[in-house]
Design a protein around this ligand. Structure first.
Ligand code: ATP
Length: 140
């Protein structure tokens, strides 16, 4: 059975997750409140939906609770990211991964129960620095 994911926020980060999950053979519901972004992913994701993820009734009607893993890739609008995460938590989503914009955002996300918090720019910087310090193999 194919793995099923939801990606909320189709910026550079969320968009690249959608593309990679699709290439790995997963089912992906891609959500954004921008119709341009959703149009871009209509032919890439299994399903692309225009929706505001801070609206609980919308997430409920999309059947979000049936997906095993939801990724919140909203960056700049920290309030929307936090509210979306709380709603996903209340709906009982099993695995929630959220992109943090800064350390304060990360702290709040952990407090409200995000299962995994990622900080792509910082994490990638750490990884590259470690790779630069380790000898021969460069795996960016
Ligand atoms: P990136 O660095 O990944 O390009 P970013 O960190 O700059 O992204 P934003 O561009 O702020 O993040 O947000 C990513 C996407 O999330 C945008 O396409 C935006 O339209 C979408 N988004 C923001 N708020 C909501 C919301 N409430 N519901 C659904 N999508 C949203």
């Amino acid at each position: 059975m194919k793995k099923e994911f939801v990606v909320i926020g189709l910026g550079r980060f969320g968009g690249s997750i959608v593309r990679e999950l699709m290439s790995l053979g997963a089912h992906v519901m891609a959500i954004d409140n921008s119709s341009e972004r959703v149009d871009e992913f209509a032919s890439i994701a299994t399903q692309a939906v225009i929706a505001n993820s801070t609206d609980e009734s919308v997430l409920t009607s999309l059947g979000i609770r049936n997906f095993e893993h939801v990724i919140v890739a909203i960056g700049e609008d920290i309030q929307a990211s936090i509210l979306t995460t709380i709603i996903l938590k209340e709906l009982g989503v099993a695995q929630i991964t959220v992109k943090a914009q800064n350390d304060y955002h990360e702290k709040v996300l952990r407090k409200i129960g995000a299962d995994v918090v990622v900080h792509p720019e910082r994490d990638m910087g750490i990884r590259i620095a470690n790779n630069m310090m380790s000898n021969t193999v460069l795996d960016y």
